[in-house]
Design a protein around this ligand. Structure first.
Ligand code: MG
Length: 401
């Protein structure tokens, strides 16, 4: 009987096929050959997540019934008493996704069927165009449009604001310096060029990456309104979300937010006050498919759509989870996509495929994805102290990356 199948073991698979350290959880069950995969990736603090799973979450879940996803998620969130933080949330996300994968395999259905079935055949995706100047950004947008993309995120010089003209105080520490003034001035020129080059033939997105002070953010949202963005991402830091009310009062630039969220309180307030337009949590950070499902249905009542976080620091298992939610969610908006190379497809058979700007799920049971553990082991995670997140304002003040 399915209800009697229990969790026998939890394995953590870590790998770094490209730049980012990935963490995948494998739940092995009492049913021979039956296992599930989940993504627990927190690339900058991966050792902490591995320890959380092996030392705390595994002893908590081993022996429990695989069928009880809802109960497991609720209990895992409170079992450590302190909750809603990074690391433990990642560990729980991995377990939650793996249990949905197992339930799908037992039902012989893809996870999107368990959620209620498809609202669409594929998920519209966006990818990232960058460049050193507005012309190069436009060239890269054109390349993606030729591949069939209808949504493109436009950035210039990474998250921007790097300027040669940045006099620093004598003796300033090294770091990834940026100038918020230079950032907004340059981005407005870039958006002007890209929008005037393509007209309305493409949806444009942009990520501020919380690099502005709150009042400067309000000004920027107002200034970019004329470029009719599909959305402006992380205009404000989670610590400054009350400022979104002021943004709403001065413009109708659509806002997207959520990749840094840990606590349901953070998205609940934004949804019920209609202060954002797109939710974009990191499913491997918020607790997994179970809380994502809750947030989707809650947001749907308020006309708010989804745009889950989907860069290279989400494992292919996490991307598969995003995609199952995307094809089901009534209020799906768009999906971020990082264009994995062939090696990743070989390491994770079933990694979502993209054709002409749409990402298609397969019809395999569960999340429809597997991992070649021998190949993953050939690309072990490396340890570094992150440099790009050692960001500073021109006078040396530590700033958000
Ligand atoms: Mg972002």
């Amino acid at each position: 009987m399915a209800n009697e199948i229990t969790i026998q073991d939890v394995k953590v698979i870590t790998t770094q096929p490209i730049g980012q350290r990935l963490i995948v959880v494998k739940i092995i069950t009492s049913e021979p050959g039956l296992y599930g995969l989940g993504c627990a990736t927190f690339t900058q603090r991966w050792h902490a997540v591995v320890a959380a799973i092996e030392k705390h979450i595994k002893p908590f879940v081993v022996g429990r019934r695989v069928s009880r996803i809802e109960e497991m998620f609720r209990m895992a969130m409170v079992n450590g008493y302190w909750r809603n933080g990074p690391v433990l949330n990642n560990a729980i996300s991995g377990i939650d996704m793996a249990l949905w994968d197992i339930k799908g395999k037992l039902a012989n259905m893809p996870v999107y069927e368990l959620l209620g079935g498809k609202c669409r055949e594929a998920a519209a995706i966006y990818t990232h165009a960058d460049g050193r100047d507005p012309l190069e950004v436009a060239d890269n947008v054109r390349k993606f449009m030729e591949e069939g993309y209808r949504h493109v995120r436009i950035q210039m010089g990474g998250y921007g604001g790097k300027s040669d003209d940045m006099p620093r105080p004598e003796g300033s520490a090294p770091g990834a310096y940026y100038d918020p003034r230079a950032y907004t001035a340059n981005m407005l020129k870039m958006m002007e060029h890209v929008r005037s080059t393509f007209g309305d033939a493409v949806e444009l997105l942009h990520d501020v990456h919380e690099r502005l002070s709150p009042i400067h953010s309000v000004q920027f949202a107002k200034d970019v309104e004329v470029y009719r963005l599909f959305f402006l991402e992380d205009l404000l830091a989670p610590e400054d979300i009350e400022w979104s009310r002021h943004v709403r009062q001065v413009c109708c630039t659509p806002l997207a937010m959520g990749e840094l969220f840990n606590n349901p309180h953070e998205w609940r307030i934004l949804i019920e006050n209609r202060l954002i337009d797109f939710l974009r949590m990191h499913i491997s950070q918020m607790g997994g498919i179970t809380p994502a499902r809750d947030a989707i249905l809650f947001a749907n009542y308020y006309g708010i759509r989804t745009a889950w976080h989907g860069p290279g620091d989400v494992s292919p298992v996490g991307h598969a989870a995003n995609l199952h939610l995307d094809v089901w969610a009534p209020n799906f908006g768009v999906q971020e996509w990082c264009r994995f190379p062939e090696l990743v497809y070989e390491m994770f058979p079933g990694t979502p495929v993209v054709r002409k700007g749409y990402m298609y799920p397969n019809n395999k049971p569960g999340l429809g994805i597997d991992v070649n553990e021998a190949l993953a082991a050939k690309y072990p995670c490396t340890d570094i102290v992150e440099q790009w997140t050692q960001t500073r304002l021109p006078d040396g003040t530590p700033a958000r990356p």
